[in-house]
Design a protein around this ligand. Structure first.
Ligand SMILES: C[S@@+](CC[C@H](N)C(=O)[O-])C[C@H]1O[C@@H](n2cnc3c(N)ncnc32)[C@H](O)[C@@H]1O
Length: 227
């Protein structure tokens, strides 16, 4: 199936609300688990001088999990949608985590150099972010600028199904009890996503082939490594 990009930023209030209210805890927890496993594998422990960026953090579900898991590490969630960050800030006001902050950042502007982001991360994580980018190389170029050398990367995203019928079947299977707006968004995301082979090619073209890409299950791939 050919890729159909979806709007990059999620700014429509009803869409933002539905996403913020949805329960993605099973998948979200995998990002934390993958980072834990990778740190163990390379024998690295995080300390209080480390900085983690959650790229395209949306309502901050994963930013919060990371902050809770490593309370002594500074975490910065960045997203280009004011509406999403309002949701993230609302949650943070309830859950209070002193090591977590959010910043409104349009990520293409980092890739193009329009925005010069001074802070550099020791760890870059993202979830369901890459497929939002109309030009995936903008995503990779931004990440190259945002990471220190030897930066750890953990990125997780949807895999584009082989056909429109398969995309429909996956949507019905995984979101059968979800609100219609969420189902519609998920379907659009599946069609906007990349295949594992496309991601491998992107990483190679972007000079990031040290990062490893592998399929996790029917829905997701993960990218893990250090550059
Ligand atoms: C599907 S949500 C994922 C949110 C979060 N990572 C999570 O897993 O819950 C995608 C997010 O990417 C953000 N986004 C998409 N394109 C972006 C861009 N060019 N710059 C900044 N944020 C972007 C959207 O606004 C949205 O919040």
């Amino acid at each position: 199936m050919k890729r159909t990009p979806e709007p990059e930023l999620m700014e429509i209030p009803s869409q933002v609300r539905a996403y913020a209210d949805a329960d993605f805890s099973r998948s979200d927890s995998m990002v934390v688990r993958s980072l834990e496993k990778y740190l163990k594998k390379i024998g690295r422990t995080l300390n209080k001088s480390d900085l983690i960026f959650d790229i395209a953090c949306g309502p901050g579900n994963i930013s919060e999990r990371i902050s809770r898991n490593w309370p002594f590490v500074k975490v910065l969630g960045i997203d280009g949608s004011k509406e999403m960050l309002e949701e993230a800030e609302k949650k943070l006001a309830k859950n209070i985590m002193n090591n977590l902050t959010y910043e409104l950042v349009e990520i293409n502007s980092i890739a193009t150099g329009e925005r010069n982001f001074q802070l550099k991360a020791d760890v870059l994580v993202s979830n369901s972010a890459l497929h939002h980018f109309h030009d995936p190389y903008k995503f990779w170029d931004a990440l190259k600028k945002l990471g220190k050398s030897e930066c750890i990367h953990i990125h997780r995203d949807l895999i584009r199904p082989t056909s429109i019928e398969k995309a429909f079947e996956i949507k019905e299977k995984h979101l059968s009890n979800s609100p219609e707006i969420l189902k519609k968004d998920f379907y659009a995301s599946l069609k906007a996503s990349f295949t594992v082979d496309e991601v491998i090619q992107q990483l190679s073209n972007a000079g990031l082939s040290q990062l490893e890409v592998f399929q996790v299950d029917e829905l997701y791939f993960e990218i893990i490594g250090s550059i």
